[in-house]
Design a binder for this molecule. Structure first.
Ligand code: PHE
Length: 389
């Protein structure tokens, strides 16, 4: 029967139509049972890094709304599947395994924290699914393989920016630095090394090196020994929750030194928790909310109208990573991982919220950084530093 039918259908040319219909249904099933294209996001929506994942998710969703309103990817709408990894490496691996093997997403966006991107990137690499980290700055992340990309600068640059700023900025002019590192965080450990190397190369001295663990509440032992070493500046390459309470405790101990940090400080919670204690402290970041460029101000206005708060760098980077992914998907003309990755690798001068984005041969973005100063609980723009400087 079947063979008879097939013969008949082949002859009448109907089989070609049926096969086309069938393959459409199959790819539709893998992608959520409709004609929508699924993409995945894993991030910390809860826990001590919760603003990282929430802001990123908001940024990605805004990008998807814009894309779908403009007709989607060659006529097909994009749908996001987000999983909360709670800021934990195990959860990040589980989430990405599910996205890649069960949900059948065509690409993955995440994570913010380098340690979590490192935990999950091998799953995307092995699954042949492109992963874009919006904001992990540790160099090792994209070294996992040719499926792993990022749309932000990396820490050899960021560490140098912070060290130069600590040495040269008029209100710092530091010759002695203390450093406090989260020893369980690849981001913190890597950035500490880069900062120290540059600070010394620029003629400074590191007078005290202390460590902590994410989740620590009491920093009095570290701060007491730093106080005795009398640094001009204290560099903390950590995340906002721990940084805010460390600075509060330093002020209670009578320490008046400015703290300097990096993008891991970027959260509205930093100023909310630390209050006035953090005034006069500086951090490096991917964009400034005060940038007058119409592209940035337009993004901020749209985000504010939706979420009633000013978008942090994660929201902007989430948006940029999604937009770059859509651009690559359109150009690839197929949803095949290797084809999308090949287009991602060609990204050049993409006009993002966080600046012009070009992906280099190591699948990293080469971009400028900004330095911000905390004033009355909010980050104020101080300077822009170009990659070559
Ligand atoms: N760069 C940090 C990391 O690699 C993550 C981060 C980026 C946090 C931007 C806040 C803002 O771990």
């Amino acid at each position: 029967m079947i063979s008879l039918n097939r013969e008949f259908l082949q002859r009448t040319g109907i089989v070609a139509m049926l096969i086309t219909g069938l393959s459409l249904t199959i790819s539709g099933c893998q992608n959520g049972g409709s004609d929508e294209i699924l993409i995945g996001h894993y991030g910390s929506l809860t826990g001590s890094q919760a603003t990282f994942g929430i802001s990123t998710d908001n940024g990605i969703k805004m990008a998807i709304e814009e894309l779908n309103a403009a007709g989607g990817i060659n006529g097909r709408k994009v749908k996001l599947v987000t999983y909360d990894d709670k800021g934990e490496a195990r959860e990040a691996s589980t989430a990405v395994t599910r996205l890649v093997t069960k949900d059948g997403v065509v690409a993955v966006i995440g994570e913010v924290a380098s340690g979590l991107s490192l935990a999950a990137a091998p799953i995307c690499q092995e699954g042949g699914v492109p992963m874009i980290s919006p904001s992990s700055t540790n160099p090792k992340v994209t070294k996992v393989g040719d499926m792993i990309f990022r749309v932000c600068f990396i820490d050899p640059f960021q560490g140098k920016v912070c060290a130069k700023f600590a040495r040269e900025h008029e209100s710092l002019k530091a010759s002695k630095a203390a450093i406090v590192t989260d020893q369980g965080s690849p981001y913190s450990v890597g950035l500490e090394e880069e900062f120290e190397k540059s600070f010394v190369a620029f003629g400074g001295t590191v007078v005290s090196k202390q460590t902590y663990q994410a989740g620590d509440q009491d920093y009095s032992a570290q701060l007491t020994s730093i106080r005795a070493a009398e640094p001009d500046v204290i560099f903390v390459p950590g995340y906002y929750t721990e940084v805010a309470s460390m600075i509060l405790q330093a002020r209670k101990l009578g320490m008046t030194q400015p703290f300097v940090g990096a993008d891991g400080w970027d959260s509205a919670k930093l100023g909310e928790i630390a209050g006035d204690a953090i005034n006069g402290c500086f951090y490096s970041n991917h964009y400034s909310q005060e940038d007058p460029s119409p592209k940035i101000q337009d993004f901020i206005a749209k985000y504010k109208a939706k979420h009633n708060e000013t978008p942090d760098a994660l929201a902007a980077l989430g948006h940029d990573s999604a937009m770059i992914l859509f651009d690559a998907m359109k150009k690839a003309g197929t949803l095949e991982g290797a084809a999308i990755a090949a287009e991602l690798a060609k990204t050049k001068d993409f006009d993002g919220i966080t600046g012009k984005i070009s992906i280099d041969a190591e699948r990293n973005a080469v971009k400028s950084a900004v330095m911000l100063e905390m004033k009355n609980g909010v980050p104020k723009y101080v300077a822009t530093i170009q990659p070559g400087e």
